[in-house]
Design a protein around this ligand. Structure first.
Ligand code: AMP
Length: 502
């Protein structure tokens, strides 16, 4: 076990995009990598990059406390590419391993290797769930320089004897606090023990809860600690506003539309919901109101999610109704607005959500719909970000709202709550323990398939008014859910098979 790490270089730089004191060519990167950085158009390294890159090149362990959006991915991919220029891969023995909590993040890191590794001939393989083992096996057999994996799928391959981890020289554990949220820590501990002790470990987390602290003390050796921005700090360049609304879904949808209509410089936006059931309802409603809209949540199959993200990135979809799966880590540059359809239950999710806009030095705007039931969540957010968020119009009178709630309770009329923590998004990649004994979810598999089919194959407008509980708008017409050319997987359009009696 590593001794308690001395407090090695600590960089605490809140202005992560204005690090003009250093140029890329002073960091020790190879010519090939510098050429790729130049081609990417980067002028100077971000704080996490100038802090981490020289340390990685010196083969030190890294403890990077940084969120996505800070240039964190390049802070490990660029020096890894430089180090990988020496040596070559052997069959089934990857030279480096990057662990990511979600498939999207893993795919994003792969894209980074393609972008920055354009002058290299390296084999990069992706091991994520929802893709056939056979294709992944073939890649492993060819020998991989960089293996990017989600922990569950990696262990599946290992258990099938298709993968040897003794050759791993560099291990990257990315988004460690997200791994914790998703129950991956036992898998991570197991993987760390399967890799030689002599490896170099690069560890990144946006926050440092005690479980993560313990992990770093166990598995890192004298790491260089680089901290760029505490999670509680919301980007300076994001304008944040609150909008009071009634708690009925119908009112919330109307308030959202009013914000969408009045928002300045709205180019594209992510609309976050707390519950995946609300995602499909809101998606259909916005579509009915002729918005160019897509949906994204963790129960959609991998291909559909990637397709949706891709269409959003390319601008084919302007509004993306999403769950928190989309909030963390995804690099979607140039999102002009974020709308919180629900106040997030976890204050930190607020920071992650609004961090989807105002990236890479651009400005952005985040609106949050607030109902009379949201006071405690709002208080927690403002406490975390250490500022009071301004209201667009009149603020909510929480006192009156509380009285009304009490009266409702007395009269026995249940208030329609939009909050239910157990209906929050389930993780799409399951930790080993959960994979073996699947946790019960409130949405049955059949419901989920049905929900996906509904999202991808919207209900004909003729049957919508009853379902929506509202009237048809004058301009309503039947339109495909997505832009032409977007393929809908056939299985999603099939009737779900009846369950076999067990
Ligand atoms: P990340 O934190 O890795 O998700 O990166 C956020 C975004 O910043 C990505 O779109 C990167 O392409 C971009 N980026 C990374 N490093 C730099 C840099 N030095 N200068 C400008 N943009 C960068």
């Amino acid at each position: 076990m590593a001794a308690a790490a001395p407090k090695a270089p600590l960089i605490n730089n809140l202005n992560i995009w204005a690090n003009r004191s250093m140029a890329f060519d002073t960091l020790g990167l190879s010519e090939k990598v510098l050429a790729a950085v130049d081609a990417a158009g980067y002028k100077e390294p971000t704080a996490i990059q100038s802090g981490a890159i020289p340390q990685v090149l010196e083969r030190r362990d890294i403890l990077g406390i940084a969120q996505t959006g800070t240039g964190k991915t390049a802070s490990f991919t660029l020096p890894m590419l430089t180090l990988l220029e020496k040596g070559r891969a052997r069959a089934r023995m990857p030279r480096t391993l990057i662990l990511e909590p979600t498939r999207e993040l893993a795919a994003q890191v792969q894209e980074n290797f393609e972008k920055y590794g354009t002058n290299h001939k390296l084999n990069v393989a992706l091991l994520i769930g929802g893709v056939s083992f056979a294709d992944q096996d073939k890649k492993l057999d060819r020998g991989t320089d960089v293996l990017i994996a989600t922990p569950g799928r990696l262990l599946d391959h290992f258990e099938r004897g298709k993968l040897l981890l003794q050759g791993v020289e560099i291990l990257v554990i990315d988004e460690a606090d997200r791994m914790l949220d998703m129950g991956f820590i036992p898998d991570i501990e197991r993987i760390c023990k399967l890799i030689p002790f002599t490896r170099q470990t690069l560890f990144f987390s946006a926050t440092m809860p005690p479980e993560i602290q313990r992990l770093t003390e166990t598995f890192l050796q004298n790491p260089a600690r680089i901290e760029v921005a505490p999670t509680s700090s919301t980007a300076e360049n994001v304008t944040q506003r609150l909008k009071a609304t009634q708690s009925k879904d119908y009112d919330k949808r109307e308030s959202l539309r009013s914000l969408l209509e009045n928002a300045e410089d709205l180019k594209n936006a992510i609309v976050f919901c707390n519950r995946k059931r609300d995602i499909s309802t809101l998606f259909r409603s916005l579509e009915r109101h002729e918005y160019n809209v897509g949906a994204l949540h963790g129960d959609m199959d991998q291909r559909t999610r990637m397709m949706m993200l891709d269409n959003f990135r390319k601008g084919n979809i302007k509004l993306l109704v999403a769950s928190d799966v989309a909030a963390r880590g995804l690099d979607i540059p140039e999102v002009s607005h974020v709308f919180n359809y629900d106040v997030p239950i976890n204050a930190e999710d607020y920071v992650h959500r609004i961090g989807r806009t105002g990236r890479a030095g651009r400005s952005g705007t985040a609106y949050t719909l607030v109902t009379g039931d949201d006071q405690k969540y709002l208080v927690a957010i403002e406490k975390l970000i250490k500022k009071t968020i301004e209201w667009v119009d009149e603020p909510i009178d929480f006192e009156t709202a509380a009285k009304e709630r009490k009266a409702r309770r007395k009269s026995g009329k249940p208030a329609k709550s939009t909050k239910s923590s157990n209906d929050n998004e389930a993780s799409q990649e399951k930790p080993a323990a959960r994979r073996r004994s699947p946790a019960k979810s409130r949405d049955t598999k059949q419901e989920v398939i049905q929900e996906q089919a509904e999202i991808l194959n919207p209900t004909p407008v003729s049957s919508l008014p009853q379902r929506m509980g509202g009237k048809r708008t004058k301009n309503e017409k039947m339109e495909p859910a997505f832009s032409p050319g977007v393929h809908i997987p056939a299985f999603l359009l099939r009737e779900p098979r009846p369950k076999k009696a067990s």
